[in-house]
Design a binder for this molecule. Structure first.
Ligand SMILES: NC(=O)C1=CN([C@@H]2O[C@H](COP(=O)(O)OP(=O)(O)OC[C@H]3O[C@@H](n4cnc5c(N)ncnc54)[C@H](OP(=O)(O)O)[C@@H]3O)[C@@H](O)[C@H]2O)C=CC1
Ligand SMILES: CC(=O)[C@@H](O)[C@H](O)COP(=O)(O)O
Ligand SMILES: [Mn+2]
Length: 379
């Protein structure tokens, strides 16, 4: 029996993690679940998986569900609640599937407690990659990627000699607006932006795909997960999302990982690693797929990807600021306060004013995150 806690259990990754756990219920026991405000779904999950501890975003919500959870389940709330689910249970593994840098303290707490991490929450690595990876090394904790591209690279590198690796390439679908001109982008709506062509995901990451911020975050995530310089990390537009990413070796061999776009595959691989088990996903038929297309990335069309590379190469708090500005800008776009193109405008303007701190301490990162959010909210 592997014991698992899920941070963000009511979201897109969280629910699919529980689907995978339910499919192999004789092998997985759910120890803890943390959600934000969707208490109806959380209560359903509690009845089904019988975790020992659960957490919700606020005290008020915790009080509201208290009488509805079984006697054996303790209820927590807020930032401390998230940390309790991450570090205060008997779980062997913690799946980090909350959205945004709010996942950083709980991820650090889980690593500190020696839990294997199934990492979906990429913003954690973008915000504080050097701190998260250093702590994981110190504690001997594995960071197993759940993000589809990183799972693909992880699988392609399995058993290979790292000194033979020439480069990695992350594929990008291009998101909801990949065939629109910049002129057309001036008038796109939230509803249009939320229609991802290949993946069904939470709102924030779907907008990130459309701005290409998602790929920028993933480049930085790859830098930390695979300990590679940015010069060895490429991005290639691949509209079908069938090749999830690939690696190239010094002898020019390329190894790729393919499959239908279904997050249950990388989630399950992280849960069962190093084993492979039967999956509920639909098998890929290349004959039916017929044709796979590829295009060079256009950094003029997708300036947020250029900004992400620049911040990544700069290091320090630059990526913290990039992430925080984006989180605020996307939330504002989703509330219809700003237009789609103003997301990148806000990120760019925040970064122009950013004073970079190289090798920041955790407190400096938290301070940068807070100040950047305040600035991005005012622009
Ligand atoms: N979706 C996908 O296919 C992929 C996602 N990822 C990454 O995984 C992470 C999660 O994405 P996704 O599942 O799409 O996001 P969702 O928006 O679908 O889910 C977010 C989860 O976080 C919970 N949450 C929000 N606020 C709080 C809080 N204050 N305390 C505790 N929990 C909270 C939400 O709870 P509630 O709904 O109850 O408010 C929900 O369970 C992101 O970092 C994303 O980039 C990476 C690759 C693919
Ligand atoms: C499923 C997943 O891993 C997402 O991060 C996905 O990659 C989004 O697709 P694009 O960012 O390529 O549009
Ligand atoms: Mn991805």
């Amino acid at each position: 029996m592997k014991k698992i806690s899920v941070l963000g259990s009511t979201g897109s990754i969280g629910t699919q993690t529980l689907d995978v756990a339910a499919k192999h219920s004789e092998h997985f026991q759910i120890e803890g679940l943390a959600a934000g405000g969707n208490t109806d779904l959380l209560l359903e999950q509690v009845r089904r998986f019988k975790p020992r501890k659960v957490s919700v975003a606020t005290r008020e919500l915790a009080e509201r569900i208290q009488s509805e959870v079984p006697a054996g389940t303790e209820v927590f709330y807020g930032d401390q609640g998230l940390i309790e689910i991450a570090a205060g249970t008997d779980a062997d593994m913690v799946v980090t599937a909350v959205m945004g840098s709010l996942g950083l303290p709980s991820t650090l707490a889980a690593i500190e407690a020696g839990k294997t991490i199934g990492l979906a929450n990429k913003e954690t690595l973008v915000t504080a990659g050097h701190i998260v990876t250093a702590l994981a090394r110190e504690k001997g904790v594995k960071l197993l990627p759940i993000d589809s591209e990183h799972s693909a690279i992880f699988q392609c590198l399995n058993g290979e000699n790292r000194k033979d690796l020439a480069s990695i390439t992350l594929t990008a679908s291009g998101g909801s607006f990949r065939d629109r001109t910049r002129e057309e982008l001036k008038h796109v709506t939230v509803e249009d932006a939320l229609k991802h062509p290949n993946w069904s995901m939470g709102a924030k990451i779907t907008i990130d795909s459309a701005t290409m911020v998602n790929k920028g975050l993933e480049v930085i995530e790859a830098h930390w997960l695979f300990d590679l310089p940015y010069e060895q990390i490429n991005v290639l537009l691949h509209p079908e999302s069938i090749i999830h990413s690939f690696v190239e070796f010094r002898d020019t061999s390329i190894i790729a990982q393919l499959g239908n776009p279904d997050m249950r595959v990388p989630i399950q691989y992280a849960l069962t690693y190093p084993e492979r088990w039967d999956s509920p996903a639909q098998r890929l038929s290349l004959a039916e797929a017929g044709k796979l297309q590829f295009r060079e990335m256009d950094f003029e069309r997708f300036p947020c990807l250029r900004l992400a590379y620049e911040c990544g190469k700069m290091g320090g708090t630059a990526t913290t600021a990039f992430n925080a500005a984006n989180e605020v800008a996307v939330a504002r776009f989703l509330r219809k306060e700003i237009s789609f193109l103003q997301i990148e405008d806000i990120i760019e303007r925040v970064l122009e004013r950013h004073h970079n701190i190289p090798e920041p301490e955790l407190a400096e990162i938290e301070d940068c995150d807070k100040r950047t959010r305040e600035a991005a909210a005012k622009l």
